[in-house]
Design a protein around this ligand. Structure first.
Ligand code: ZN
Length: 428
């Protein structure tokens, strides 16, 4: 497909599905280079309008704002939100009907999220909400010289039923994308051949890693891509190594969720910029991220706790954009590791492996499973290495001492998963 045709098809799809996409994109381009104060002012203005709307239109928030004495028309900054209790996914599920706004007249589509915790949430997403998300993504792609209608490879959801298949094919065609449908040698070959004519690749980071590694193992030469985007999960150091070797670039981090919208996107200078025109990011005392999505009129998302631990930064990025930065996404707080005497956050393993990467340049792919109290099994992918064992054990001793017995097992190759990976699994 030539570029002109691809662009026309994309525009055609947008006209039907996201009529306000290009207008919203233009607005985001207009605010891309504002300074931090101007961005702040813009956000406050948008937030006031949005919160007023939520207070009038959503029975749930109308009641809640009344109870806590929050006056949306007096909103003047993030600290005004502190009186509103945070919500988690379960609250969105349990109060689903009353959270939905009762005076939405624009087109809405049902959005569904499953999530790794097993609770599924569905809600009506208005056209502007969906379009704004896409517009924000389009602006971020610009940073890499990529347009959404450029030829691209897509790495998730290939276990598609026959019924969905035709719709998927149509959507793929409109977006000039191709998928990987399996991990056999032939399928990898075919996917790699298609990538030779593509400008970007996107998917879960762990899947990008698997495909990169298979391409590297086979010695297939893929010309450098402009962008490799890893979505919605922790990107491990080892993912970058294989991606650079296979595709000529690191895995760029896109951080968001269906109900929260696009929260942040990494620029080529490494700054993970918060999409402040559209979301308010806060952090609670546990370090968990709270999101208020300013375009979520149909199903207002206010102080929503995604369950991810993040670090925020006050610094400015050298790219010149003043959008504030997320300095690190440490992933889900998740389950606890149960020691004989104490509990530890599952994130402890993230630090163990981060430390050995930083201190000893040992990069490994790992998974941890706990089946009994005081004991975990850590599987490390690759050949058995006594150096790795020593370094990992050193770190584990520092964090757990004798409280958690850690069995290190080397697995030549992990089974490839077709979904978002979990690095710690508890079967207690
Ligand atoms: Zn930047």
């Amino acid at each position: 497909m030539n570029d002109g045709l691809a662009k026309r098809l994309f525009e055609l799809g947008a006209k039907v599905r996201n009529p306000s996409l290009f207008q919203l994109y233009d607005e985001l381009k207009d605010t891309e280079w504002l300074n931090r104060q101007q961005l702040q002012d813009l956000q406050t203005e948008k937030a006031r309008k949005f919160l007023c709307f939520a207070g009038e239109s959503s029975p749930f928030y109308r009641k809640l704002f009344g109870e806590v004495g929050f006056k949306p028309n007096e909103y003047s900054g993030v600290s005004d939100l502190f009186c509103i209790p945070e919500l988690d996914k379960l609250s969105l599920i349990e109060n689903n009907a009353s959270i939905h706004s009762d005076n939405i007249f624009e087109k809405v589509r049902l959005a569904e999220t499953s999530g790794t915790s097993g609770q599924s949430l569905s809600f009506n997403r208005s056209e502007r909400w969906d379009s704004l998300n896409r517009a924000a993504m389009m602006r971020s792609y610009d940073w890499y010289g990529v347009k959404p209608w450029d030829r691209n490879g897509y790495l998730w959801g290939y276990n598609i039923s026959r019924k969905q298949n035709r719709k998927v094919k149509l959507l793929d065609m409109l977006q000039n994308r191709f998928r990987l449908f399996g991990y056999s040698s032939d399928e990898i070959d075919a996917f790699a051949r298609k990538l030779c004519g593509a400008s970007f690749l996107n998917g879960y980071s762990s899947m990008v890693y698997e495909v990169a590694r298979l391409i590297n193992e086979k010695g297939i030469d893929v010309p450098a891509l402009k962008l490799v985007k890893g979505t919605s999960e922790m990107i491990m150091d080892i993912h970058h190594v294989e991606s650079i070797k296979a595709f000529g670039c690191r895995v760029t981090s896109e951080y968001g969720a269906a109900e929260a919208g696009l929260i942040a996107f990494e620029c080529p200078y490494g700054g993970l910029h918060i999409n402040v025109e559209n979301v308010i990011v806060e952090q609670n005392s546990e370090g968990e991220i709270l999101i208020t999505n300013l375009e979520s009129q149909s199903f207002p998302i206010i102080r929503y706790n995604l369950g991810d631990i993040v670090s925020l930064s006050e610094k400015f990025c050298s790219c010149g954009r003043a959008h504030p930065l997320v300095s690190e996404i440490q992933g889900r707080k998740g389950n606890n590791v149960h020691g004989l005497n104490k509990k530890y956050p599952a994130l402890t393993f993230y630090y163990v492996f981060k430390n050995i990467a930083l201190e000893h340049e040992i990069l490994v792919n790992y998974k941890v499973v706990q089946k009994e109290i005081g004991k975990v099994i850590i599987s490390i992918e690759g050949e058995l290495s006594s150096i790795t064992i020593d370094r990992v054990q050193e770190q584990l001793d520092q964090y757990f001492g004798l409280d958690v017995e850690c069995d290190l097992v080397f697995v030549k190759k992990f089974e490839i998963t077709q979904k978002k990976s979990q690095y710690f699994e508890s079967n207690l």
